[in-house]
Each structure stands twice: as C-alpha cells, then as structure tokens.
Ligand binder design. Structure first.
Ligand code: AMP
Ligand code: ZN
Length: 112
C-alpha cells in the first residue's frame, strides 16, 4: 500500500519525532497551523475515523493518552485542540488516521 504515514511509521520517510512506542507515533506537522502542531498516528494502517471499530479502538484510546501527556509536557494542559479530519469534505488529505494536536495560540469555534 502506498501510504505516506505508513512510510513515516516505519521510518522509510523521515519525520521529526515527538513520541514513539510500539503502536503510536507522534511527529511534527510539516506545515504547522499553530506554534505546536503535532500529528499522532497509529502505526497500523487505519484509513480514517470512519474505520475505527471495536477491534482497533484500543490504539485510539492510547493516542489520546499520549496527546494529553504531550500537551502537559509542553505546558499546554489548559489549552490545546485535537482534530481529526475524516473524509474529503472534512479536508482529510492523508488517508491514514491521524489526530492533529495543536497549541500555542487561540483557536476560533466553530472551526471553518
Ligand atoms: P489532513 O489534511 O487532516 O489529512 O492532515 C494531513 C497533515 O499532514 C497536514 O497538516 C500536512 O501538513 C501533514 N503532512 C503531510 N506530509 C507530511 C510529512 N511528510 N511530514 C509531516 N507532516 C506532513
Ligand atoms: Zn497507512
């Protein structure tokens, strides 16, 4: 499968790693929309939030634990945003599940 984030997960394509364990990788977004803009991905290929099931959701729960830990470590426990774009109409450009962790500025709501 020709998947950019699978290749980042294996190290075939380099990334600036923020956190890594057996099942999750976090790395800096190449085109940051905030002073802190980190992508969290499962190492296994899941296409989008629409493909989360009872069988694979444990890694998603783990991603959220990691996101909270990273936000706290960077001093943003009181103000950060986590977003996952699912599908073309929501602006998902990479079809491997990922969560944007953004912090360091004020965010409007609702998001465009
Ligand atoms: P989305 O548009 O929600 O699918 O998010 C994809 C994100 O991946 C965008 O914010 C891109 O800036 C980011 N991105 C694309 N290629 C890379 C890369 N090689 N390294 C890090 N981030 C990337
Ligand atoms: Zn993938």
């Amino acid at each position: 499968m020709d998947c950019l984030f699978c290749k980042i997960a294996t190290g075939e394509i380099p990334s600036t790693k923020v956190y890594e364990d057996d099942t999750v990788l976090a790395f800096n977004d190449i085109n940051p929309e905030a002073p802190v803009h980190i992508l969290l991905i499962p190492k296994q290929h899941i296409t989008s939030m629409a493909d989360i099931t009872e069988e694979n959701s444990a890694v998603v729960a783990h991603i959220f634990e990691v996101a909270a830990k990273i936000a706290a470590e960077k001093g943003f426990a009181d103000g950060f945003r986590v977003v996952s774009n699912c599908g073309d109409s929501a602006g998902q450009t990479v079809k491997h599940l990922h969560f944007h962790l953004m912090a360091g500025r004020d965010f409007g709501w609702p998001a465009g």
